[in-house]
Write a protein that binds this ligand. Structure first.
Ligand SMILES: [Zn+2]
Length: 78
């Protein structure tokens, strides 16, 4: 069974139409732009449980949507 994501503009569509875009918080204590980019690229928290995520509907309306996905089960909670 494939994962389907509901876009508020297009309805429920297959995962393959989307691109995942995690927006990460970089600690304010990191001031150097290069170090901020490194932290953003490699220091993911990878929490287990419900996590809000941003997905870009690339092959649909080309808008960002926010969903809550349980990273332990891969089920979309909200
Ligand atoms: Zn859409």
């Amino acid at each position: 069974m494939s994962i389907r994501i509901t876009c508020e503009h297009c309805g429920t569509r297959p995962l393959e139409e989307y691109v995942y875009g995690e927006v990460l918080d970089v600690p304010a204590t990191i001031a150097d732009p290069a170090e901020r980019n490194l932290d953003r690229a490699f220091n993911h928290t990878n929490p287990e449980g419900p996590v809000p995520e941003a997905w870009f509907h690339l092959y649909g309306c080309r808008r960002w949507i926010t969903i809550v996905r349980d990273t332990a089960t891969d089920r979309i909670v909200d």
